[in-house]
Design a protein around this ligand. Sequence first.
Ligand SMILES: Nc1nc2c(ncn2[C@@H]2O[C@H](COP(=O)(O)OP(=O)(O)OP(=O)(O)O)[C@@H](O)[C@H]2O)c(=O)[nH]1
Ligand SMILES: [Mg+2]
Length: 584
Amino acid sequence: MFVVATAGHVDHGKSTLVRALTGMEPDRWAEERRRGMTIDLGFAWTTLPSGGTVAFVDVPGHERFVPNMLAGVGPVPAALIVVAADEGWMPQSAEHLAALDALGVAYGLLAVTRADLADPGPATARARAEIAETSLGAVPAVAVSGLTGAGLPQLRAALDRLAAQLPAPVVDEPVRLWVDRSFTVRGSGTVVTGTLGAGRLRVGDELELAGADEPVRVRGLHSLGEARVEAAAVARVAVNLRATPRDRLGRGDALLTPGRFHHTDLVDVRLAGDPAADLPATLTLHVGSAAVPVRVRPLGPDTVRLRLARPLPLLVGDRALLRDPGRHHVSGGVRVLDVAPPPLGRRGAAAARAQVLAELDGRPDLAGELRRRRLIRAGALLRMGVPVYAEPVAGDWLADPAYWRGLGERLTEEVARHAREHPLEPGMPVDALRQRLALPDRVLVEALVRPPLRIHAGRVGAASANALPEPVALAVQRVRAEYGDRPFRAPEADRLVDLGLGPREIGAAVRAGALLRLADNVVLLPDALDDAVRVLAGLPQPFTLSAARQALDTTRRVAVPLLELLDRRGATRRLPDDARIVVT
Ligand SMILES: Nc1nc2c(ncn2[C@@H]2O[C@H](COP(=O)(O)OP(=O)(O)OP(=O)(O)O)[C@@H](O)[C@H]2O)c(=O)[nH]1
Ligand SMILES: [Mg+2]
């Protein structure tokens, strides 16, 4: 199915055209039919010559109802722009087009209606020129008459071609269904409708609803008037919710895949195009089917901070639109750069923030987020729309690698300082360390503790003060600093001498669990063993010595004794032909 929203000035024939194409009545309200004018969104669908289905969201053209129009086009990626041949380009033709442009709508079609009343040529030429300047670019045009039916076959064919151009929907993404209508069905309860742009919905799914403590559950699903067990994007859907009172939700709310969206009332955004220097201090933000008043705080030349009157489930990269309701004016499009921006308390913070924002483009960027936030839970990043492909440092915490290395060094210094200041205490309490390092979670401190330090009885100290004299502990730490990111490269013999690690020192470090001896003068950090098994398990099994050496990025000097040690420990097994397998 593909979904297209109409757009265009009042009375230009949008609803008549949808009616002629689908045989369905888009004007649902008696008042609309009495006044011959669309007030709220209408929904209709039909089968195209290709056999595919097109669903229309029919919008009102009157300037008073632009907010309804925006709720209709917000979640829909394609537009059918309607201009009357006898009236030509009019104010809401322009305002609707500006809205589509602000939202970045890239797929569309021009229908010049009422072609039985006037030559469609001039209206077509003007409209195409206006549209060409926007995100829609050059669009095909069809002259039609909703009255006589002339041009309808050509329009159906053009809709088919448009459908074929649309990018394939992403069905494995989380669901964010912006509600455009909610009503009660006798015997079933609350039903909401919307355009499912990505993901899939199934009967029985639990979904998140902003402001509700409990998840809501899908009791039934309809699409195009038929009951379904499942609906995949792109689709118009009606969702029947179990035990959810009708007044709990309405237009502008969203049903969400749980845990995948961050409800935010503060966002930093980039203004599209050439932003007006005199953006009003209060505007309305339109995104999806929602419209929320916002306070605007300028930051950089094209970046602002928006304070929303109520939180919305926004993601990095979302497109939205700012409108001045008082002046009936679309102020422009915005792209969300940050849905959890830092407070701007200190002097100069706004200017510094503007510099950060200048570097952002609204594409989710894990490395950049980690650099800026230093430490953050994986779940929090996912909820911002940032894919998480890095390993956590502890629990579900992710860290910027440079920051994390620095923390490790600071931890060692803090422990050493504590030992100097409290020589009789058996190490520094974990929680005191957590506070010194300003870390939000004890597991982070625990993950930072590496041999020769260890945690014992809630304190961090040297594994055994006697077993590892300070010079040896320091030498081990240097090994860790130099080889921590090349865990299978053992220091050469002369480097060991430089570090002051002779046979006796190495013996002490091995006894304390701070080093691992593979052979005379071949030592690794002790965690290398587990890492090696992990790397080897990733190889096609069985593997040769040379494959292992390459995968571990090391030399025979290390690989041979390392594999022998793994054999002895039962982590790998040597086969008769000298190849090995990882024992699982
Ligand atoms: N002669 C002629 N009249 C048309 C045609 N299309 C629409 N009309 C008439 O134009 C008037 C407005 O048509 P609608 O379809 O309600 O226009 P609309 O764009 O949906 O208007 P809003 O929803 O209020 O913005 C109605 O009286 C229609 O009968 C056409 O192709 N030819
Ligand atoms: Mg209408």
